[in-house]
Design a protein around this ligand. Structure first.
Ligand SMILES: Nc1ncnc2c1ncn2[C@@H]1O[C@H](COP(=O)(O)OP(=O)(O)OP(=O)(O)O)[C@@H](O)[C@H]1O
Ligand SMILES: [Mg+2]
Length: 227
């Protein structure tokens, strides 16, 4: 699949509207920043477009079976609730063996995902023993093991130290250059400026703007988004 197509996606709970008729198409090869103030609807959008929570409207990835969707789209949620008592290597192996052609390909994929997320030194650690930033990076490594066309990430930079943040920004750009489609939410505007060739902004659950070029977050622009 070469694009994600979302049309008139809305989410409401009783009479409360959380997402208002949001539409966009994201192609492979794009690195898209999804921004907006707290409560704007970013997490709701990422979940609803994958069919992980109730919605109305259309998304071409929402109705796929879990397995079909996982081959196309890897999901890195903000809250990492993996507390299994297994080693990082094992988690990556579960994923890679499912999505890779054979054991050799799985081994290469695991090794590449550990090195590109700078987590090689964590491979033998138990998941339950990781710090929050380490766990966030391991979840990105796990997503890479799906070999999917698209990766959706909810605030992947939030718990990272400056060095690891740079690693992940460079990785997202590199993945887009390798023709993967990336959508990630962030409140880190300099990171979004550096990483993204497109920015989608939400305000009060509706699309505020969708700009397909590198954007600068001037004071006026930040007021438009965050006030
Ligand atoms: N299950 C729910 N029941 C009621 N309200 C909800 C529910 N889920 C989300 N909301 C509301 O919908 C709005 C959007 O929430 P969402 O988590 O999508 O925001 P967000 O843009 O991801 O914010 P943040 O930057 O803080 O992560 C918020 O006002 C939130 O309180
Ligand atoms: Mg959120």
């Amino acid at each position: 699949m070469d694009h994600i197509d979302v049309k008139n996606l809305s989410v409401g709970i009783n009479d409360y509207v959380i997402l208002r008729s949001v539409s966009f198409v994201v192609n492979k090869g794009q690195c898209v920043g999804l921004i907006g103030k707290n409560g704007a609807g970013k997490t709701t959008l990422l979940r609803a477009m994958q069919g992980l929570s109730p919605y109305s409207g259309f998304s071409n990835i929402a109705k796929l079976s879990y397995e079909e969707r996982a081959r196309l789209v890897a999901w890195v949620p903000q809250i990492h609730d993996i507390v299994w008592d297994v080693k990082v290597n094992k988690l990556l192996e579960f994923t890679a063996l499912k999505f890779c052609r054979n054991a050799g390909h799985a081994e290469e994929t695991i090794s590449a995902s550990l090195s590109s997320t700078n987590t090689v030194q964590l491979a033998e650690k138990n998941l339950s023993a990781l710090s929050s930033g380490e766990l966030a990076l391991v979840n990105v490594a796990r997503a890479l093991c799906q070999n999917s066309d698209f990766i959706l990430m909810d605030e992947p930079l939030a718990n990272l130290d400056p060095r690891q943040k740079s690693t992940l920004i460079l990785l997202m750009k590199a993945l887009a250059d390798q023709n993967k489609g990336i959508i990630f939410t962030s409140h880190d505007m300099p990171a979004v400026e550096t990483a993204c060739d497109r920015v989608i902004a939400l305000k009060h659950g509706a699309l505020l703007f969708d700009e397909t070029h590198r954007i600068k977050f001037t004071d006026a622009r930040n007021r438009e988004i965050f006030d």
